[in-house]
Design a protein. Structure first.
Length: 79
């Protein structure tokens, strides 16, 4: 998948309201800025550095370790 597609997916995931606690839904502004040498991800105008984990189990442990992003996947349509 192209880098731009991954960035669009990441922006969608970061701004999707179902990712937030239903009692505390906040609208967040996310942007990807191209610099001279790379891209910068901004969340509410501040740089957002992904400290992520993969999977869907043990998310409480990931949170305690400082993770701020997750990536999930499954094998159902794998060939």
């Amino acid at each position: 998948m192209k880098l731009t597609n991954w960035l669009i997916l990441l922006i969608a995931l970061l701004t999707h309201s179902s990712c937030n606690n239903q009692n505390n839904i906040k609208q967040r502004k996310v942007a990807v800025i191209k610099t001279d040498t790379s891209y910068l991800l901004l969340r509410n105008g501040e740089p957002y550095y992904i400290k992520g984990v993969g999977g869907y189990d043990n998310l409480a442990i990931a949170k305690r370790m400082g993770a701020n992003s997750i990536r999930t996947w499954d094998h159902y349509n794998a060939r």
